[in-house]
Design a protein around this ligand. Structure first.
Ligand SMILES: O=C(O)CCC(=O)C(=O)O
Length: 302
């Protein structure tokens, strides 16, 4: 089987994910939807820069004050919420994580010309490795991005962890080699190890695709943003999903603005972690459809 090509065929997308650790959804957004998405990101990013509210994530691109992350897009427009609810996104998240997944974060990554290299990484770098019974194991709370284990991207011959997160990059303009298209190491999801962040010789390939496409990869796949050597920014929105027992990257339940919480659909509420899952995430009733805020639950009584 060749490397994944953009397609709308759901079975092919799932097969690409299984075999290569990523797939490319073609035509997920119409030209009008792309324009609306890019307009909203551009406007929000400019407004955050003007108010000195712009963020540059140093853990992934040290010294980079050119790239801009626009966080918590859940609060910043329906254009963004609709990406998380998109039927293809939900179907692929279900394929990777199971039906009861939640949204881990909803952010934009704008790579501007002159950005710094982002080291290759896998999104579930925090996951300890499987070990034989009785042998020393990693401790999840001690994991760091520098812990490893680092290795080669070749298929493992020992048991490895399943994916616990799934990431999706929505292209709001064409992703090209020149403007820093996301780079992927095909097949690395089956290696059972992580890329050494100091190395750049793992054979990663840039994923070029037209605006309106979505690059989907799972939690074990090695990837990074590319270097933007073009004369224009690259606009991407990342819908990041996780299993319902995982701590989310964005604190969507605490960080959601009141007006957004009060107007969201039940599906979005569940996706954002407001619905307890097998009692986890409850605040009073273990099977509430939406957990109650602390101030609406019983406190110290006498
Ligand atoms: O911006 C990109 O191309 C990659 C983003 C990324 O590495 C991530 O969200 O984990």
């Amino acid at each position: 089987m060749g490397l994944p090509r953009p397609t709308t065929d759901l079975d092919q997308l799932k097969a690409d994910l299984d075999e290569h650790g990523y797939c490319i959804v073609a035509d997920a957004l119409s030209p009008d939807e792309v324009t609306a998405l890019r307009t909203r990101i551009t406007e929000q990013a400019a407004a955050e820069r003007a108010r000195a509210l712009d963020y540059h994530y140093q853990a992934e691109a040290e010294g980079d004050d050119v790239n801009q992350w626009v966080y918590q897009l859940i609060n910043k427009g329906e254009e963004f919420q609709n990406l998380a609810l998109h039927p293809t996104a939900r179907a692929l998240a279900t394929h990777i994580l199971g039906a009861d997944h939640i949204l881990s974060s909803l952010d934009a990554h704008i790579t501007h010309p002159g950005n710094k290299p982002m080291p290759l990484h896998a999104d579930q770098w925090w996951m300890p490795q499987p070990v034989a019974p009785g042998t020393p194991h990693g401790r999840q709370g001690d994991m760091t991005r520098e812990t490893g284990p680092f290795g080669e991207p070749a298929r493992a011959t020992v048991p490895i962890n399943p994916p616990l997160v799934a990431n999706m990059m929505w292209m709001a303009n064409d992703f090209t080699v020149a403007n820093g298209a996301t780079r992927i190491v095909p097949g690395s999801h089956l290696s059972g190890c992580l890329p050494d962040p100091e190395r750049t010789d793992y054979g990663e390939i840039p994923i070029e695709a037209p605006a309106g496409s979505v690059l989907v990869w799972e939690g074990r796949t090695w990837h990074a943003a590319g270097l933007n050597t073009a004369d224009h920014p690259r606009y991407g929105v990342v819908t990041y999903f996780c299993g319902p027992i995982i701590r989310s990257l964005g604190n969507l339940t605490y960080g959601m603005r009141t007006e957004v919480r009060e107007s969201m659909s039940q599906e979005l509420a569940t996706l954002c972690g407001f619905t307890p899952w097998s009692s986890y995430g409850m605040t009073d009733h273990p099977s509430a459809m939406v957990a109650s805020p602390g101030d609406e639950t019983a406190g110290r009584l006498s």
